[in-house]
Design a binder for this molecule. Structure first.
Ligand SMILES: [Zn+2]
Length: 298
């Protein structure tokens, strides 16, 4: 039974990479998954606040973010495809080489987020891969990652979340990394989905917006936020608490956020994370409607 399920999962993974038509149509699998999960759909090629582009890769997505006007890029996450075909297409369309990618920051070490760094390192690219210490162990194959589905796929050759030979740069909670003159990326721990899950707050981009790439710590729906499905997470309750804690922290530290961008749902624009505080008051994340509360002061 388990073997049949594993074969089925492998087929879904492979299909999710071959159904793409980058220019003209959304990914079949990601469309299906968004609908089933009731979250905002992923829009391939969408231009995001802060200058990033959403590349939908199967049912996951990742983002090249420009480093000022230098023609260089930072990647947030890396999608599914271990050959990084869509990334290559993105780079070629802009008449850049793969050397334009200076770093990859991984929100966590799940198989559907590591495709690009796997491909780039395999080709001998000189890139740094930043990840939390806990998820760095998974990348290095020192332990299995969290999440019920991940535990299952980990046993299928090629579907585990390890990258052979990787020596990740460990990034700590609260640490800020600078790229070029302006771009700053602050790591914010949001454990639960995986032990070392992190959000990345990007500031100093050309449009002046502050953007929080949140990975799989939450998904956005038309009614607000919700946690990733239990099947995909290590500990959903901890993940939910992490988002509430993050909200208080952002308010306390005066960190403004314009947009939150999850990996498996569309993004949402709002002035800051205060809506999450309202969510805590309501004791139910999904009860919050971000768009309705966008201009409300708490
Ligand atoms: Zn994940």
């Amino acid at each position: 039974m388990r073997t049949q399920l594993q074969v089925l999962l492998k087929i879904v993974f492979e299909q999710s990479m071959t159904q793409d038509n980058y220019e003209t149509s959304p990914n079949f699998i990601s469309g299906l998954v968004s609908k089933a999960a009731g979250v905002l759909p992923l829009v391939d090629g969408a231009q995001l606040p802060g200058g990033g582009t959403r590349i939908v890769d199967g049912y996951s997505s990742f983002y090249p973010v420009p480093i000022g006007d230098s023609g260089e890029l930072v990647l947030i996450d890396g999608g599914i495809d271990k050959h990084a075909k869509k990334l290559e297409r993105f780079i070629k369309q802009r008449e850049l080489g793969l050397g334009a990618i200076k770093a990859v920051l991984l929100t966590h070490a799940h198989r559907d987020h590591i495709g690009a760094p796997h491909s780039l390192l395999n080709r001998g690219a000189d890139i740094k891969v930043f990840v939390s210490a806990a998820d760095g162990e998974v990348l290095q194959g020192q332990r299995r990652g969290e999440g019920k589905l991940q535990i299952l796929t980990d046993r299928i050759p090629g579907l585990d979340a390890a990258i052979p030979g990787i020596e990740p740069e460990i990034i700590e909670d609260g640490e800020t990394i600078s790229f070029g003159d302006q771009l700053k990326i602050k790591a914010l721990a949001v454990p639960g989905h995986t032990r070392g899950s992190m959000g990345f707050k990007i500031s100093g981009s050309s449009d002046g917006s502050n953007v929080l790439y949140i990975g799989d710590a939450l998904d956005l729906t038309t009614n607000g936020a919700k946690n990733a499905a239990w099947l995909l997470s290590g500990d959903t309750k901890t993940s939910e608490q992490s988002i509430i804690d993050l909200t208080y922290r952002m308010i306390r530290e005066g960190d403004e956020i314009d947009s939150v961008i999850p990996a498996h749902s569309g993004d949402s624009s709002f002035n800051n994370l205060r809506a999450f505080r309202a969510a805590q008051k309501a004791r139910e994340l999904r009860a919050v409607n971000f768009s309705a509360r966008r201009h409300t002061a708490y």
